[in-house]
Design a protein around this ligand. Structure first.
Ligand code: 5CA
Length: 161
């Protein structure tokens, strides 16, 4: 049986994205954990979050420094109602468990749209989940957008004044 990381590696190879995950046994389940492990800014961590927009799963790629504004996400995907997927819905859509969900290479029922937070484009390198709870891999934001097929649109909550 291929591991989740094997599945992601195959997808990255097919998409022409370098996949060189770093493994941290202490865990990279959250953006804060991943940033501490890598030694990067939390804003350079890619959160890959599944939402349900008018019944269809959509993926938000969000800077680890930001939170998704569901009204903005709804506008970005032209939906009336957006809510966060629960853990089972997220896994069904992507084929990966929460905490290790990568931004592309999904093997589940599929996300219908992918939207990327423009703040991720401010970093030369960003780090995304490597398929499991203990690994992340670096990539250029342009590759993140291309490989995931994302639309770049403002989906984060406005920073507090
Ligand atoms: N590996 C890290 C860094 S790349 C990672 O996957 N981070 S994440 O932000 O993309 O995934 C963790 C997020 O999953 C949490 O911030 C939270 O938004 C979401 N989450 C955690 N538990 C649940 C749950 N039970 N149901 C729905 N969403 C959840």
């Amino acid at each position: 049986m291929p591991t989740p990381e094997d599945r992601l590696r195959a997808a990255a190879d097919a998409l022409g994205v370098a996949f060189a995950p770093s493994t941290f046994p202490a865990g990279t389940r959250t953006a804060a954990e991943a940033a501490a492990a890598v030694g990067c800014e939390v804003g350079a961590i890619v959160k890959s979050l599944v939402f349900v927009a008018d019944g269809a799963p959509v993926l938000a790629l969000v800077s680890g420094a930001n939170r998704v504004d569901t009204a903005r996400l709804a506008a970005a995907v032209d939906a009336d109602a957006v809510r966060k997927a629960d853990a089972d819905e997220a896994r069904a859509a992507t084929g990966f468990a929460i905490g290790g969900t990568p931004p592309f290479g999904h093997t589940g029922t599929g996300v219908t749209r992918v939207v990327c937070d423009p703040d991720l484009l401010d970093h030369p390198t960003v780090w995304a989940a490597g398929g499991g709870p203990t690994s992340v891999f670096p990539l250029a934001p342009a590759d993140l957008v291309r490989a995931s097929g994302a639309t770049v649109a403002p989906i984060a909550e406005a920073a507090p004044a």
